[in-house]
Design a protein around this ligand. Sequence first.
Ligand SMILES: [Fe+2]
Length: 390
Amino acid sequence: MSPIISVNFNYPVRYRLGAGRARELPDLCKERGLNHPLVVTDPQVAALPWFSGLIQLLRQAGLDPVVFQDVHPNPVASDVEAGIALYRASGCRGVVLIGGGSALDAGKCVALLVDNEGSLFDYEDVGDNYKRADPSKIVPMIALPTTAGTGSEVGRASLIINDLHEKKVIFHPQMQPPDVIADPELTVGLPASLTAYTGIDAYVHCFEAYCATGYHPMADGIALEGMRLVKEYLPRAVAYGADIQARTHMILASSMGATAFQKGLGVVHAIAHAIGGKLGGHHGLLNAILLPYCMVFNRSAIEERCVSVARHLGLKTASFDALLDWTLALRTDLGVPHTLEAIAGMNQQKALELAPLAHADAALAGNPKPATVSELAEIMKAALAGRLAM
Ligand SMILES: [Fe+2]
């Protein structure tokens, strides 16, 4: 029997990891002066018994939380605006973020904007836009992830959909919540399919970061080990949802993925953002479907890197092909569809329409090989047809 993990890190933020540690939230709120916080979450999490228990715990400790739960699965600007309005109307101080990527992303934007000038898309990650914000006016945050995938709890950006159904990156270096409580018990109720999709998202963060352009050995090291944790523990977390050890390693792997992708992402995320913004579809599912096709597209630029990944994962052969085969087998084992046909509304025509959006996506900048609009369309067409040879 392996020992139960319960540790504190101070990198990349103050990070408490371990089962049951959500119960430390009231004391942490008091330490940080969050006596009257806005608690940002989504309707699914708000309906869970442990959530009301946690709110009760805050009240019993003499705190006065205000719950805001109106966050869409892919958050939109009006979610953030409604959160800001409630924060101001209630005279809150600080934000507690509890949820998957969507609630965390929306809550981080509330914290950025509630005391700062300007509107949400003034802070799109373009040029020096982030300098419009006074960092001292970003209100304190504490993040509690309830999925193991996006790693938004340690990320410095949020993805929000604009009126044109495009996913936009809102960025500020101080949007990274300084305190995280990563309690794997909060992820235990996640259905097997969502555990799989979010877990593969964490893997893709690590993989794309490791293959991204640029010199960043720290990110590379974190990415490699993050991938190993996913290989070892994601199948367990999917098969045995209550396996706390697997859930613990997966929640950490998720934070590691987002830590690593400060280096950059790539074509998988660029396409997934374009499809997800216009058609919906779970972000992790989109990444999971797209990953092998994008590996094949990038092959000439990532072959050596894939040898290192295969070696670190302990595959029998350290080669690109072995890694591709393992990736395909993992997807099959976890019940991920092989083609984009599984995404409602996706077809050959949409591939052509969405390619320019994917080309304009900020994630593409990290891809180890340039990709033209027509090449992006070809990747999507291949992923529709289930055709790995391009
Ligand atoms: Fe992602």
